[in-house]
Design a binder for this molecule. Sequence first.
Ligand SMILES: Nc1ncnc2c1ncn2[C@@H]1O[C@H](COP(=O)(O)OP(=O)(O)O)[C@@H](O)[C@H]1O
Ligand SMILES: [Mg+2]
Length: 269
Amino acid sequence: MIANQPSIFFTEDHGKPRSAWALEFKNISKSFDGNQVLRDINLAIEWGEILSLVGNSGTGKSILVKMLIGLVQPTSGTISVGGMETQGLSEMEWMPIRKKVSMVFQANALFDSMTVYENIAYPLRQQFDLPESEIKDRVAQVLEWVLLPGIQHQFPHELSGGMRKRVGVARGIVTEPQVLLYDEPTAGLDPVSTTAVDDMIKRFQRERGVTSIVITHDLKSAMNVGDRVAFLNDGVVWACAPPDALLALSDPVVQSFFEGYRMAMELLQ
Ligand SMILES: Nc1ncnc2c1ncn2[C@@H]1O[C@H](COP(=O)(O)OP(=O)(O)O)[C@@H](O)[C@H]1O
Ligand SMILES: [Mg+2]
């Protein structure tokens, strides 16, 4: 088990034993205006695990993950984060969870009018009351983690797409979350930047015991970073297994979804 496990979720008044799962979806369904997107999702993620979440566009990957920080409410079913059931929580009650669970968004908009420093300091200022010297240290540290040291004074428009993504990730991790949710962190990136982001996701797991869900269209990334890969299809978790086991499944839907990836890998061998 990972040393760096969340404690905030398990305060004295909670009193229950530590949950076996970092994140758990139980019988989750979601409809919009009678149109059912998710049907009875059951999925649990271990402490310190990286789960890749793949599936065609519009299958509900983003809304599923947004439920973990209370941005989307399930139509039915329950979600627990760090062993804490989240249904019916008020905005106030979500706040301690959002300090521990950070989401790196698909359209990872940085504030154009702010420097990299102010962009990254923003969530620290929102969530904590820290002296400027500590903010400065933390911003410098996360920029080193994403391999962009010393760019504090630059503005987003001065950076490449790959650098902006990594600044977005730096902003996501500066609060030292124990759970990181990435929504297409490598979309639109060149292969070198993609590898840098993938390596970073794995480094947070290895060095800091961070639990992650990574939504991605890049099956190579999904297979590379995920301890397990969950394939969302037709509103359900169609398959969820470690990469090799998933590729070995004979199910025709799985085979067809991963066919392009498999062929690319065979070409490399
Ligand atoms: N606020 C909303 N209102 C209505 N429909 C929505 C809303 N958010 C998402 N949807 C629908 O839910 C489906 C899943 O969306 P999403 O989770 O963004 O898919 P994915 O991330 O897998 O591409 C889409 O068909 C989308 O149109
Ligand atoms: Mg999405």
